[in-house]
Design a protein around this ligand. Sequence first.
Ligand SMILES: Nc1ncnc2c1ncn2[C@@H]1O[C@H](COP(=O)(O)OP(=O)(O)OP(=O)(O)O)[C@@H](O)[C@H]1O
Ligand SMILES: [Mg+2]
Length: 231
Amino acid sequence: MPVVVFASSKGGPGKSTAAVLLATQLALKGASVTAIDADPNRPLSQWALLPGCPKNLTVLAAVSEATIIEVIEGAAQRTTFVVVDLEGTASMAVAYAVSRADLVIVPTQGSQLDAIEAAKAVKLIRQQEKAFGRTIPYAILFTRTNAAIRPRTLRHIREEFQKHNVPSLRTQIQEREAFRAIFSFGGTLESLDVSQVSNKDAAIKNAREFAGEILTLLRENAEPSLAREVA
Ligand SMILES: Nc1ncnc2c1ncn2[C@@H]1O[C@H](COP(=O)(O)OP(=O)(O)OP(=O)(O)O)[C@@H](O)[C@H]1O
Ligand SMILES: [Mg+2]
């Protein structure tokens, strides 16, 4: 079943945050989900130790460069979705995970310097495509954007990616306190206590749109001709 991999060549653009948002939203829709925590710092495992992890979401942590392919393939047989969170460097584990992905998401903040790092991750994906002789669908995800303003820089960067045939998701992950709070309090956005965070509803809407767009992309990639027909 589909494997969605979060990758970046630089630390900190929001991979683990987006990975938990996707995994929890899919689980809340009723799907069985495995989240593979392939970052030695184990951010997903720490989140899963807190209360409120959905029952149909399993977080696997004991993965290494030597086992990551096996772990991904095993999880893909057991659950409807697999979400892989990687460390923010280029490593063999990253290359292996990308090689098994049905979709690679490259999160980036909307600055030129961050975009240059995102372009490096795209290069790695394209190298893996050549090495493994298969197409690996991917998309840039703009993160930590401001819900209220649309900076020109961000539009410019998106257009630059487009010019180079690098697709980006329509949905952006906005800068939201609720997205930090799930790592403090555990569980899902939905289970957060409203007294603990502001604008919880806006965060939920954003996370659902994000998960919805990922599902659409997975569907289109699985059956491109059908998706074109129904479009
Ligand atoms: N959309 C967001 N809104 C608010 N805070 C965010 C958002 N995305 C990420 N952050 C914060 O930014 C920091 C880095 O995010 P995160 O750990 O998700 O990035 P990462 O790409 O997984 O980093 P690493 O490469 O180190 O694994 C964290 O403190 C996180 O809480
Ligand atoms: Mg991380």
